[in-house]
Design a binder for this molecule. Structure first.
Ligand code: MN3
Length: 197
């Protein structure tokens, strides 16, 4: 198989009670796995089988793009959370958030609003765009890589990300993500890598 399902970076019960083991096992073991299975079927006996995910994302459209991008997005989303995460970003990331958004509170409001108001399925992102931090939202499988932006952190706002734990209460899921789950160390590492590159 050309593409494989990456392991979660923590146990499926590691984010409980803020994200349940049931949510993580369905989301990773069913939804994320389906994108991997679909992409493998789509690239079978095709030149794309030897391409990287990023190469497919930048060149393909339709089902090839959708499945490749959703694999990338989910790999990135798992790393965007950690046990004992959330709270106010500190260090270089915290400094740059204040510089580019005015305050940590203004940034949190912007990210929450982008995640809550994304119509239908999609993703909310903290990105680096032309050297400045920005908050964006994308529909379905769309992602910053397609828009010449560097992704630093993401929140999956497809219903399957929160329906088991929060039913239809997307804002409660977003609040829980920002309070207990967001992996700011990961976002800061992405920022430092982008600044070096
Ligand atoms: Mn998802």
């Amino acid at each position: 198989m050309a593409f494989t399902l990456s392991d979660l970076p923590y146990g499926s019960d590691a984010l409980a009670p803020h994200m349940s083991a049931e949510t993580l096992s369905f989301h990773h073991g069913k939804h994320h796995k389906t994108y991997v299975d679909n992409l493998n079927k789509l690239v079978q006996d095709k030149p794309e089988a030897s391409k990287t995910l990023e190469e497919i994302i930048l060149s393909a459209q339709g089902p090839l793009f959708n499945n490749a991008a959703q694999i990338w997005n989910h790999d990135f989303f798992w790393k965007s959370m950690r046990p004992g995460g959330g709270g106010t970003p500190s260090g270089e990331l915290g400094r740059k958030i204040v510089e580019d958004f005015g305050s940590a509170e203004a940034f949190a409001t912007k990210l929450s609003t982008a995640a809550a108001t994304q119509f239908g399925s999609g993703w909310a992102w903290l990105v680096l765009d032309q050297g400045k931090l920005a908050v964006t939202a994308t529909s379905n499988a769309d992602l910053p890589l397609k828009h010449n932006q560097k992704a630093l952190l993401t929140i999956d706002v497809w219903e399957h990300a929160y329906y088991i734990d929060h039913r239809n209460a997307r804002p409660k899921y977003i609040e829980t993500f920002l309070t207990h789950l967001a992996n700011w160390d990961f976002a800061q590492a992405n920022l430092l890598a982008a600044s070096r590159g």
